[in-house]
Write a protein that binds this ligand. Structure first.
Ligand code: PAF
Length: 279
């Protein structure tokens, strides 16, 4: 696997990949890779693509009191995982290569960005949309793959890709989970051993709420029970637990069509998010 760190080398390397005639897939990441990221690489390879992975801890999507400095960085281990998974190219720019002096453009997405993580983390989705737009322009892939664990992020990316007529197929890949149900996330590394045990309450609370809503219980009662379960496990604050329309992410009170349960809450210093399809 080649590693490139500037745009000229990236363009040259992607042009070489295209000589094979295979499609090019992009898997954008912030590194600290786990089986969830490798599932994205596997999904791209199973579609017969040459896979470009980007690793860039994007400062513009972190708020002032968030974990930008603490975010795990372990490129050597990531490279080993990507080589074993059969990725063709790693694009690993530094901040100056991504945001050169004078950089002044932001991609901001109304509607789907507004609620949930958009409200809890002001500016986050504009940072994501801006860097993903840049990654799309830099790599010019045929397809790009994102985990469904960041469900709202995926909706934001689908929205601006359609709105800006970007000719890239966006593929969502199901969330990968540990044996006890916790969604894989680079941020799980922040949890203490005790918190890691308590964290199981998040997928369990969502699973119970999903089952209750699907058997016809009141949505409000199911959500209140999930909040109580999380509080009991030590989550505080609970930013949101909501049943939303799967496409618009607007809250819904009754199950009609495709819906999603979304949750975000803090356990100690670690903010965890998760979601499940409902109906
Ligand atoms: O999901 C992530 O890791 C990041 O938000 C992304 C899409 C790589 C943009 O920085």
């Amino acid at each position: 696997m080649d590693i490139v760190r500037n745009i000229a080398d990236l363009r040259h390397a992607v042009a070489n990949l295209r000589i094979s005639g295979e499609r090019v897939a992009l898997v954008p990441t912030m590194g600290a890779l786990h089986a969830g990221h490798i599932a994205l690489v596997d999904a791209a390879r199973s579609k017969g693509c040459q896979v470009v992975v980007s690793i860039f801890v994007n400062p513009t999507q972190f708020g002032p009191n968030e974990d930008l400095d603490a975010y795990p960085r372990r490129e050597a281990a990531d490279v080993a995982l990507l080589e074993a998974a059969g990725a063709a190219l790693l694009w690993a720019p530094d901040v100056a290569a991504m945001y050169p002096n004078g950089f002044a453009t932001t991609v901001s997405v109304d509607g789907v960005s507004g609620r949930w993580d958009g409200a809890a983390r002001p500016g986050h989705f504009a940072g994501v949309a801006t860097v993903v737009t840049k990654l799309f322009q830099q790599v010019k892939p045929d397809i790009a793959l994102f985990g469904e664990k960041d469900y709202q992020q995926l909706a934001v990316i689908r929205r601006f890709t359609a709105d800006l007529d970007i000719d890239i197929e966006i593929v969502g890949v199901p969330t990968q989970r540990d044996d006890d149900g916790l969604a894989l996330s680079s941020r799980n590394a922040y949890l203490t051993p005790e918190e890691r045990v308590a964290a199981r309450a998040l997928p369990r609370a969502l699973g119970e709420a999903k089952a209750a809503i699907e058997r016809g219980d009141e949505v409000r009662a199911a959500l209140d029970a999930a909040v109580a379960r999380l509080r009991e496990a030590g989550f505080e604050p609970i930013d949101y637990i909501a049943l939303v329309d799967a496409a618009t992410l607007e809250p819904i009170e009754r199950l009609e069509g495709a819906a999603r349960l979304l949750a975000a809450a803090k356990l100690g210093r670690t903010r965890l998010i998760d979601n499940l399809a409902v109906g």
